[in-house]
Design a protein around this ligand. Sequence first.
Ligand SMILES: NC(=O)c1ccc[n+]([C@@H]2O[C@H](COP(=O)([O-])OP(=O)(O)OC[C@H]3O[C@@H](n4cnc5c(N)ncnc54)[C@H](OP(=O)(O)O)[C@@H]3O)[C@@H](O)[C@H]2O)c1
Length: 267
Amino acid sequence: MSRQTFRNKWIWITGASSGIGRALTLEFAKKGSNLIISSRKEKELNVVAHECERHGVEVLVQVLDLANSESIQHAFQTIESKAIEVDVLINNGGMSQRGLVRDTILPVHQQLMQVNYLGAVELTGLVLPGMIKRQKGHIVGVSSIVGKFGFPLRSSYSASKHALKGYLETLYLEENNNGIDVSIVYPGRIQTEISKHAIDGSGNSHQKMDEGLQNGMDVSDCAKKIVRGLEKKRIEIFVGKRELLLLAIRRYTPSIFFKIAKNIKPV
Ligand SMILES: NC(=O)c1ccc[n+]([C@@H]2O[C@H](COP(=O)([O-])OP(=O)(O)OC[C@H]3O[C@@H](n4cnc5c(N)ncnc54)[C@H](OP(=O)(O)O)[C@@H]3O)[C@@H](O)[C@H]2O)c1
């Protein structure tokens, strides 16, 4: 399988204002890629853009809200009007959940599906036709290890990440022979503030840092590993530490997985 280089390519990353998206942005800037960076917070995105400057790459800040279709369409039209051909789209933006099923109201389930799944689907649907016309492009989605199994307090988060996996695997099967590469990233625990930004059953911000995340993989190591996987056009990229073992336990000894997971202390 041929390796790709990202020098002078246009990479569009959602969720670039913090965590994995920010680290990926910096990693691609080091590789000489031009970047479109998106999320809701313009001020934070400008800081990230500034951090990339010393690498001499072009960085466009494009605010968008994955929960808002008009905002996604406006972002795409703005990029299209600049005649930029997007080489790689990284659907990384997302939010997590910390709430029991029994306590979670329907709008919270809807919000998680909208931000983590439908937002990515809509942006991909806008970017894909240009890639198909050029017969090249790479669509990436950041799922999660809980996109491979269920996990306490993360019902619709897990569902949205399973959905993203199903959508992207299908896209790969349909379009890889037409020059479109697809990669799905499955992070375990990465040291970001995702748990602080997570929402509870009522839609309020969780605002607590999970202990597990604090001991997770360093975010810049995570970004390096993801970029290496993308260079190799890997369909599946796993990043994390010991928690990745859960994937094998779930697959080969499901009864042991269910015993462990149902007794995990809820946080
Ligand atoms: N950290 C982990 O352990 C872990 C594990 C598995 C999967 N992941 C996945 O990795 C991705 C990045 O998460 P992270 O850990 O880096 O967490 P993070 O620091 O909270 O980053 C989430 C990013 O998504 C953006 N975002 C959230 N809601 C958005 C919306 N409605 N519209 C546009 N952008 C939005 C945020 O930016 P704004 O607030 O500026 O909009 C932020 O840039 C997520 O998809 C997450 O599910 C993370």
